[in-house]
Design a binder for this molecule. Structure first.
Ligand SMILES: *Cc1c(COP(=O)(O)O)cnc(C)c1O
Length: 379
């Protein structure tokens, strides 16, 4: 089936009890058993809940994977994934990861004996140099946040497998509509469903999708053992959000490109980071690996003062953390998402004090342009 059909139907049968076309919110903690040892696949809702199971099947299908697991947040999903490894294991990770992921690695998991190295994963020779005899995992995000650098997933998978590592890709920025890491050779995909998958800024959640049955069995054990599962109401909200993922992403692509082109031509904007622009250094790779350029971009205003003026002046774009919702959000990476990154590392990664990030929503794009136009006029 095509993607949009899978998004609406995969993993979701009409409710066997009533025929309800929408999977009900099974708001229950336990399930009555017919006799000792005889039940209908559900015993206790941490282990499995029918609403969550429907979402897990749906997300697995969308990522072209076999097994899906839903967690209480993107961070809970990444934490569960990292518990597949053991004290003494080493992880090579991208140098521009989501700040919360770096915080989890550096300030939580290090205390449990995992070690981490960071490399610019757009340069695979840097990644190769970081691999040690005890490395078990390569963890990447592509495009990176907020400067939209692209890592070649197929080449990263080849490198990982040559060194007997697993490759995990955080696919949050693209959503499965725009990028299928498992088909490109990755072993594991993680998502913050909080972003494009839910798409309506009304829930926090996360997911892990993979193909290997032994890894899946272990992750199922860990999901139940540690218990950071997504609740039935939140699972239902993601299922509902996903039904419109294809049409939303098409509009995010279109609006993202239009805003990027508008900013690139604007005399007061210095530099626009968007993989769809002709001067993006990895446009060819982006075209090959992604089915669209998405709705995330960042641009250089020249100074902290200019960035502040724009943030104060926008009326339709909202100043907020997060991304991937139907409404346009604008943020200041240096003081928001990347505040915990050392200033020197920020500058090196292009995250200057004048950089603003936009998660382009699906409003009428003319309205977004007028809003940005009047805000840019103030600097
Ligand atoms: C938001 C985000 C996360 C964390 O997800 P939460 O749902 O906020 O816990 C992880 N990775 C990326 C790329 C994100 O954008």
């Amino acid at each position: 089936m095509g993607f949009a059909t899978d998004a609406i139907h995969s993993g979701q049968e009409p409710d066997p009890a009533t025929g309800a076309i929408i999977v009900p919110i099974y708001q229950t903690s336990t399930f009555v058993q017919e006799e000792l040892g005889k039940h209908r696949g559900f015993e206790y809702a941490r282990t499995a809940n029918p609403t969550r199971s429907a979402l897990e099947r749906n997300l697995a299908a969308l990522e072209r994977g076999k097994y899906g697991f839903a967690f209480a947040s993107g961070m809970a999903a990444i934490n569960a994934l990292l518990t597949l490894f053991k004290s003494g294991d080493h992880v090579v990770a991208g140098h521009n990861l989501y700040g919360g992921t770096v915080r989890l690695f550096e300030r939580v998991l290090k205390d449990f004996g995992l070690t981490f190295s960071y490399a610019n994963t757009t340069r695979l020779e840097d990644v190769e140099r970081a691999v040690r005899p005890n490395t078990r995992l390569l963890f990447i995000e592509t495009p990176s946040n907020p400067v939209m650098e692209i890592t070649d997933i197929a080449a990263a998978a080849e490198l990982a497998h040559r060194h007997k590592l697993l490759l995990a890709v955080d696919n949050t920025f693209m959503s499965p509509y725009l990028q299928h890491p498992l088909e490109l050779g990755a072993d594991i995909v993680v998502h913050s469903t909080t972003k494009y998958l839910n798409g309506h800024s009304d829930g926090v959640g996360g997911a892990v999708i993979l193909n290997d049955p032994a890894l899946a069995e272990r992750l199922r054990f860990l999901q139940n053992a540690a218990g950071a599962v997504l609740g039935p109401m939140d699972s239902w909200l993601v299922l509902r959000g996903v039904k419109t993922l294809a049409v939303r992403m098409r509009q995010h692509n279109e609006n993202g490109m239009t805003i990027a082109q508008f900013l690139a031509k604007h005399p007061k904007v210095k530099n626009v980071h968007y993989p769809g622009l002709p001067d993006h250094p990895q446009r060819q790779l982006a075209k090959r690996q992604m089915a669209g350029f998405g709705g995330m971009l960042s641009f250089e205003t020249g100074s902290l003062e200019n960035a502040k003026t724009i943030l104060k002046s926008v009326r339709l774009c909202s100043l907020a953390e997060s991304l991937g919702g139907v409404e346009t959000l604008i943020s200041h990476p240096a003081s928001m998402s990347h505040a915990s990154v050392a200033a020197a590392d920020r500058e090196r990664g292009g995250i200057t004090d004048g950089l603003l990030r936009i998660s382009v929503g699906i409003e009428d794009v003319e309205d977004l342009i007028s809003d940005l136009e009047q805000a840019l006029a103030k600097i």
